[in-house]
Design a protein around this ligand. Sequence first.
Ligand SMILES: Cc1ncc(COP(=O)(O)O)c(C=O)c1O
Length: 375
Amino acid sequence: MSRSLFREAVVDLDAIRHNVAVLASSAAPAQAMVVVKADAYGHGAVPVARAALEGGASRLGVADLGEAVALRDAGIDAPILAWLHDPDADFGTAVERDVELGVSSREQLRAIAAAAASVARPASVHLKIDTGLSRNGISAEAWASAVDEAARLEREGALRVRGIFSHLSNASPAEDAAQLAAFERALAGASAAGLAPEVRHIASSAAAIRTPEARYDLVRLGIGCYGIPPFGDGTTAAELGLRPAMTLRARVAAVRRVEPGTGVSYGYTWRAERPTTLALVPLGYADGVPRQASGRGEVWLAGARRPVVGRIAMDQFVVDVGDDTVEVGDEVVLFGDPATGAPSADDWGDAADTIGYEIVTRIGPRVPRTYVGSA
Ligand SMILES: Cc1ncc(COP(=O)(O)O)c(C=O)c1O
């Protein structure tokens, strides 16, 4: 990698392409949708979307319409599905920009049909059944009337039901199996109503990898594409054949030698027990480094893992390098590919009582994203 900036998140687009190819080929013949919501989990939606399509994705997924329109504005013309809508969402623009819409209620179905009529083009929708996650989606009780209404709107030319989908809780294999059974019932109901969707989909990364019967026609791959394992059970990226795409790094901003008893950072939650050398890292909670990981996280610096000591502040934190030699300007890696010795995003997740997903997604706007890998 090139010399680091003061602070930066380096995103390896070759790793994205590689991960998408690995996951897509193991899920084939199911198609692969790559989920690029939340600025591609903090990695940068547009470059990641392009790399994902090059890696073998046939579709893209986002949460809300604004994210979909931003991809269209960047010239991306692959199918895009958006599934989480404001009550006053501008579905007319969605139809005009060829954005497929997840539908979680009959109100949404009607609003989408009305918007399609206003722009004189049929909408493309994916009906979402709530199979148990209790977040979004049409309930099992409301499903029969919703699919009847969708079938009528399809016959009238207002919309086309391209997909039927749901989302798993990953609570346990038994809970997932119960959700798959509920999904099967919903598919049967849709078929009885006369719907023939092109794609049925329920699996995200975890089920796409470990639950072949959940793959149906399409898998929605998020975290795995970023090279972070979806399981939270200690399985490593390398064991899954995946490469972490993001490296969060900075340059040491200051170095000082301190005496025993020296307190570090707000509240002096840590004091040196012996003479030691401290290095200042110019990243803090404003940049998404979780304060919760104070005294628990580690970084890679001067060829070894170094502990965070004292509280992580808004812009900076301190690591203890003992008697090793460290200089201002040295590269410090918070997380990246563990194959290099650096901690993983999941290691920081563990240190902050959260998950790797949150660690990469929360990196703040002050941290420039830079890209490596073939364009
Ligand atoms: C509806 C939906 N599908 C797929 C995904 C991708 O999940 P994962 O990142 O675990 O692969 C998400 C992300 O949370 C999601 O909300």
